[in-house]
Ligand binder design. Structure first.
Ligand code: BG6
Length: 499
């Protein structure tokens, strides 16, 4: 299988030499995602010749110990061939010990980077990746600025990549944006939403705007409603303490699902330039009104999984998960009905849902078309046409429509026209982090969330939280599709897909 990113090279999208500093280098993200992605890029020849990684963290360790630990992470989480890539990268990986608050540690980092730059020819370009808990961000940002590490010049870039969660609500997101802005200009900032790095999410724009047949139908005249689902079968997986503070609305809907929604609903951009695309995306969020507290109950459902059997095995309820408080008011499932108040979508609801411990891991966008205006096939209960964009797994696109069953009677049954990435292109999709790391190195911020997008998304989510203050999540059995109230959210004649 070929990595599609390898085509980047043929298209001349080759990143300039640079050093990547990872703050929080001993954490989970570095081991599970970042370094396996770098190893994958290296293996496919997509990293620049002059490239170095400097891990920055508190614990005492040597370069060699750090490399050993990363190698284990790549072996466990890397894709095919990543081990080989890591071996080629190994000698370019270094460890820098410092606390995040200690200014001297950053001055020392600057000297270390200069030494690495001389040794490996990384030319002074720097990417600074914040992979720490968000509580460390403000200290790191201030220290980077004070140490002069956020400054760029005409011949060297300095970029900062910020991981989610990007704030906890609108106020904290604004405060964080102000801190980021005090150290870096907006065009130096890359806010990660890993859903935007998924091949199938990027394909939403290609499908809509590289084809003539979909766009004329892509509006409320023809579309009845849209369902966006990100379901997970896992529970909170040892992240109970984090999840208690977040809940699925903050963890998934504020970022991944709203980002996907903007791509589905946006107007055609004038070009694929990063700000042209992001301008259109943010307009969609502007067109979604904040809920008044009394509107929240009828437009949202929040749920929490209870103990049940999944695949014959009993799994604990959310309240019994480690790190979760017994009087928790956190949701593990949320469904939201949103209206986009603009010319294209007025009156067409978008339903978003996401949850833990649902029956399957599946992410999809289902465009439900209106029924035909006249019921000609009287004995048949025709189902609506659905265009289904499957984000994961089984990546692809299918169209459901009615067809006559062969035989003397006129019977109509649903059939599917199906496109599958795997069989159409015979290749494996690159990991989202590979794409995003490469784009940040290339200085392409199209697939990163801009300051105003993040704040607009929080505005919407905050208005839901305000309405939720007084009511608790409803229970749903682990391994089911969520609380039954979610079915009523859709309104008469509509049902959630059960993928
Ligand atoms: C993360 C959330 O952003 O996305 C996790 O914090 C979630 O809770 C994960 O499990 C899902 O990502 P993916 O790519 O596995 O769908």
């Amino acid at each position: 299988m070929v990595n599609p990113l390898a085509e980047e090279l043929q298209r001349g999208r080759r990143a300039a030499p640079c050093s990547l500093v990872i703050f929080g280098a001993t954490g989970d993200l570095t081991h599970r995602k970042l370094v396996p992605a770098l190893a994958g890029l290296k293996r496919d020849g997509l990293l620049p010749a002059g490239f170095a990684v400097v891990g920055f963290a508190r614990r005492e360790k040597t370069d060699e110990q750090f490399r050993e630990e990363l190698a284990a992470g790549v072996a466990e989480h890397g894709r095919t061939g990543a081990g080989e890539g890591f071996d080629a990268l190994r000698e370019s990986i270094f460890y820098h010990r410092s606390s995040f608050e200690d200014g001297d540690g950053y001055a020392a980092l600057g000297r270390r980077l200069e030494a690495v730059e001389r040794e490996l020819g990384t030319t002074g370009n720097r990417m600074l990746y914040l992979a720490t808990p968000p509580s460390a961000y403000s200290g790191i940002l201030a220290n980077l600025r004070d140490a002069g590490l956020s400054q760029e010049s005409s011949d060297r870039f300095a970029r900062v990549v910020v991981e989610k969660p990007f704030g906890h609500d609108l106020e904290s997101a604004r405060a964080l944006n102000a801190q980021v802005g005090a150290a870096f200009a907006e065009d130096q900032v890359y806010r990660i939403d890993h859903y935007l790095g998924k091949e199938t999410v990027q394909n939403i724009l290609a499908m809509r705007f590289a084809n003539g047949i979909f766009e004329p139908l892509w509006n409320g005249n023809f579309i009845d409603h849209v369902q966006i689902t990100v379901a997970e079968s896992i529970g909170v997986e040892g992240r109970g303490a984090y999840f208690e503070e977040a809940g699925v609305l903050r963890d998934m809907i504020q970022n991944h699902l709203l980002q996907v929604l903007t791509l589905v609903a946006m107007e055609p951009p004038v070009s694929l330039a990063s700000n042209h695309v992001r301008d259109e995306k943010v307009k969609v969020l502007h067109a979604i009104r904040s809920f008044a507290p009394h509107e929240v109950a009828e437009n949202t459902v929040r749920g929490r999984y209870t103990k049940d059997f999944v695949g014959g095995v009993e799994v604990p309820g959310y309240l019994d998960e480690p790190g979760v408080s017994s009087d928790s008011n956190t949701e593990t499932y949320a469904a939201v009905r949103l209206e986009i108040h603009n010319w294209r979508w007025g009156g067409t609801p978008f339903f978003l849902r996401s949850g833990k411990r649902l029956p399957r891991r599946v992410s999809e966008i289902a465009i439900h078309f209106k029924r035909p205006p006249h019921h000609l096939f009287a004995n048949n209960d025709l189902s609506p046409n659905i265009l289904l964009l499957r984000i994961q797994p089984d990546e692809g696109i299918s169209l459901r429509f009615g067809s006559k069953v062969p035989g003397p009677d006129v019977n109509i049954r649903d059939v599917r026209m199906d496109f599958r990435y795997g069989s159409a292109f015979g290749r494996e999709s690159a990991d989202a982090y590979e794409r995003l790391l490469l784009d940040a190195m290339l200085g392409d911020s199209t697939l990163f969330a801009r300051r105003d997008e993040v704040e607009e998304a929080w505005r919407i989510v905050d208005s839901i939280h305000a309405g939720w203050r007084d009511f608790h999540p409803r229970g749903y059995g682990a391994g089911t599709w969520g609380p039954e109230q979610a079915d009523r959210l859709l309104g008469a004649g509509r049902v959630w897909r059960r993928p």
